[in-house]
Design a protein around this ligand. Structure first.
Ligand code: SF4
Length: 292
């Protein structure tokens, strides 16, 4: 089973302030100058992408500039919670595990200035780093694999796609859903999410600067025209080749039950278009257990 002995501090519940995109969903209490809002830090197997199956330490930051209705880490987006940790504390936790791969994830980890500092420190120590990003922010940082998951129109939280159906009363962290969650999903994030979910300049810079994989969450065949259009735009804009083998289709679903509905169709679409299929190993192995 995945293990964790970290982030045992009292978590603080972040605000939903919308004043600053790059500091959103974080609070100022107890914030170390060089720290990050950390929601989870744990050891598990990488579940997705070209490194699926590799033992890795996961550092999950809190805060996201998007609000996908199906977000499976809503405790970093819709209901952000975190403990502030200094870089020194984060590095000490990482070094306590016997792993040479680190996955920086979120939320959107590149929201935070200190993520670049953490990545530099990890690079100096010889770690392989993967950054799981939604592709809307580029930072000058050493990254061994940019795992970019551009969000499709089907991610937008319209009143019809109510995130309440995805947020259980008792969260994966054992946190209770706040009363505020009951008010999500009436479309208040629809416009912001829709206008921010794709940034071709940031996407282009990410693929030009780092080894990368493009990971698309697929619900059904209706997602394919948008994926193909975006790929065509990116291939026109980028000065590096975007090969089909760099394009991964991943079934939508954070539970075994939901994956059973989406994975075969997604695998067939990958074969049809010559893209890679990626499993969600952590869901197959541990369903929706926390820290996996
Ligand atoms: S970009 Fe990722 S973390 Fe942010 S809301 Fe979407 S799925 Fe959740």
């Amino acid at each position: 089973m995945p293990v964790s002995h970290s982030v045992d501090r009292e978590p603080s519940e972040a605000t939903n302030s919308t004043e600053n995109e790059h500091q959103n969903q974080t609070d100022n209490d107890d914030r170390p100058d060089d720290g990050l809002p950390i929601n989870e830090l744990f050891y598990s197997l990488q579940g997705e992408g070209t490194l699926a199956g590799v033992p890795s330490v996961f550092v999950r930051t809190s805060g996201c500039n998007l609000r996908c209705w199906f977000c499976d880490s809503y405790h970093t987006s819709w209901e952000p919670t975190h403990a502030w940790m200094s870089l020194e504390e984060i590095l000490a936790e990482i070094e306590s595990y016997d792993a040479d791969h680190v996955v920086l994830t979120g939320g959107e980890p590149l929201l935070h200035d200190a993520s670049a500092d953490l990545l530099s420190e990890l690079d100096d120590r010889g770690y392989h780093t993967t950054v799981e990003t939604n592709g809307t922010i580029h930072r000058d940082a050493p990254i061994d694999l940019a795992s970019i998951s551009p969000k499709l129109e089907s991610s937008t939280p319209t009143p019809e796609r109510d995130p309440r159906s995805e947020i259980p009363e008792e969260s994966r962290n054992g946190e209770r859903r706040s009363r505020g969650a009951a008010n999500r999903g009436d479309g208040e994030w629809e416009q912001r999410h829709e206008s921010a979910r794709l940034d071709l300049d940031a996407l282009t810079e990410l693929v030009e600067t780092h080894p990368f994989q493009l990971k698309f969450v697929v619900t059904d065949a209706d997602d394919m025209p948008e994926i193909l259009d975006l790929l065509a735009e990116l291939r026109d804009a980028a000065t590096v080749p975007i090969r089909d083998e760099n394009v991964l289709l991943m079934p939508e679903g954070a539970t075994r039950e939901r994956l059973a509905e989406t994975r075969t169709r997604t695998a067939e679409l990958a074969m049809e278009h010559g893209f890679r299929y990626t499993p969600r190993l952590h869901v197959d192995l541990w369903n929706d257990a926390p820290e996996t």
